[in-house]
Design a protein around this ligand. Structure first.
Ligand code: PLP
Length: 217
């Protein structure tokens, strides 16, 4: 059976509306591993924000579509190596995985050489888990200052993937408070399994894959 992408998408929108009446929430349809045949209906429906986690796959799938449809916004949500940063600035409109100084330096240089500015989320290692990427909590403020003041990167919010420990509320609340304390306008939080929780904590960008496109192989 094929997954009905549009129906899934519409019911997620309904769920969001029940919780967030006024404030704008953006769904990022995470299309990693899915092919254009599966993604196209959502583009046709007018959805604009899509997320990928691998640079090469993203180029292959999105280069032509993006040059023909300037309204589409592409989000890099996966680990980014600094030697691929320039390519990423070329293709993406948002990077959610800004997580180290070396990468930040190369991104800033790439913006200059390409004469292009994009938007960034600082990825925070909210549970201080050794296997996860992200800036440790105690270094977030310093890193934010460096990126925004020294490098002039347009940092619009924090991003986090919470530990799998049944304390999602606590983690989301913490990151949301930290986001507010930095006066950041956006917050990248919530996936298929926890986006309704993320909404309670002021998330403005939800990264939703399988709940829209179905199970990944
Ligand atoms: C794959 C991915 C998602 C989407 O995950 P689903 O559980 O399919 O919604 C969100 N964020 C990141 C960083 C991802 O890699």
């Amino acid at each position: 059976m094929t997954t009905d992408v549009i129906n899934n998408y519409l019911s997620i929108q309904e769920n969001i509306k029940k919780i967030r009446v006024n404030k704008k929430v953006n769904i990022i349809a995470v299309s990693k591993t899915f092919n254009m045949d599966q993604i196209a209906p959502l583009i046709g429906h007018g959805h604009l924000h899509f997320g990928e986690n691998k640079l090469q796959e993203a180029f292959y799938k999105w280069s032509d579509i993006k040059s023909n449809n300037k309204k589409i916004k592409l989000h890099m949500i996966g680990k980014l190596q600094s030697n691929k940063a320039k390519k990423a600035v070329e293709l993406f409109d948002y990077i959610h995985s800004l997580d180290n100084e070396k990468l930040a330096n190369v991104l800033s240089k790439s913006e200059h050489s390409l004469d292009k500015k994009i938007n960034y989320f600082i990825q925070v290692n909210i549970g201080n888990e050794s296997q996860k990427s992200g800036i440790p909590l105690n270094l977030v403020d310093q890193f934010y200052t460096y990126c925004s003041l020294e490098l002039k990167l347009n940092i619009i919010g924090l991003m986090a993937i919470p530990p799998n420990d049944n304390n999602t509320n606590k983690h989301f609340q913490f990151i949301s408070e930290h986001n507010s304390s930095l006066n950041l306008p956006e917050l990248s939080l919530g996936m298929s399994s926890d986006y309704l929780i993320a909404l309670k904590y002021e998330a403005t960008f939800l990264r939703i894959g399988s709940a829209i496109f179905g199970k990944r192989n």
